[in-house]
Design a protein around this ligand. Structure first.
Ligand SMILES: Cc1cc2nc3c(=O)[nH]c(=O)nc-3n(C[C@H](O)[C@H](O)[C@H](O)COP(=O)(O)O)c2cc1C
Length: 196
């Protein structure tokens, strides 16, 4: 006999979902934030999609510039991803608080995060206004990876890397794993600042 399933309110409920750090904007306005509504959506050319709420400061930076970088973090960067995913550049200098450093990208304007082993430079090709989010469909125009995360075929393969799979959220969410405690997160981030 099969166990009866429980009917739940509809949700996107995909698993696993990656958690990435997006860099966007230009010059003084360069920003970073956390995102897990991301998917691979085309092969030739390689394209991905990200969904961003219009209320995020980063939304307009991506919309105006038409470029962003996807930075894939190591698992031990979870506290940092929670912190920059719960603070806005309108109130917090996330660069100063985290001590994260960048280097220029090869093609796009937003920079690459040094602490992340993989960076995808992306250029927006289509924008779809969905009810709660803007879906940015973007071409991956350059890809950078540390040798540690490459397999024998020069493919990015996190099974090769220290720490195994990169940090994954078990549920699609837009908030930290633990209850949001900004001061605790800030303190933890400061303790980790030397991690790079
Ligand atoms: C784990 C996690 C996943 C998130 N995923 C998304 C997402 O997919 N789309 C989005 O718009 N915001 C997402 N957020 C929320 C933004 O990162 C957050 O609102 C951030 O403060 C925006 O910063 P900004 O105002 O400086 O752009 C996520 C946050 C966390 C912690």
């Amino acid at each position: 006999m099969t166990m009866a399933k429980i009917k739940l309110p509809p949700n996107t409920t995909l698993y696993p979902v990656p958690v990435v750090l997006i860099t966007c904007g230009t010059g003084e306005q360069t920003n970073l934030f956390t995102l897990n509504r991301i998917a691979s959506c085309n092969a030739e050319p390689p394209m991905i999609s990200i969904s961003v709420r219009p209320s995020r400061a980063s939304h307009d930076l991506i919309d105006q510039l038409g470029e962003f970088v996807v930075n894939i973090p190591w698992p031990d960067m979870e506290v940092i991803t929670d912190f920059v995913g719960t603070t806005t550049c309108r109130e917090t200098d996330k660069w100063q608080e985290t001590g994260l450093t960048t280097q220029p990208a090869a093609i796009v304007v937003p920079p690459l995060l040094d602490a992340c082993p993989v960076n995808l430079e992306c250029r927006v090709r289509h924008t779809l206004r969905l009810p709660s989010h803007s879906l940015f469909v973007a071409e991956v125009v350059a890809l950078h990876a540390l040798p540690d995360v490459l397999n024998g075929r020069n493919e990015v393969d996190f099974q090769q890397a220290r720490g195994g799979l990169v940090y994954q959220a078990a549920v699609v969410r837009e908030r930290p794993a633990d209850n949001f405690q900004p001061d605790t997160l800030r303190q933890k981030v400061h303790e980790l600042r030397g991690f790079q």
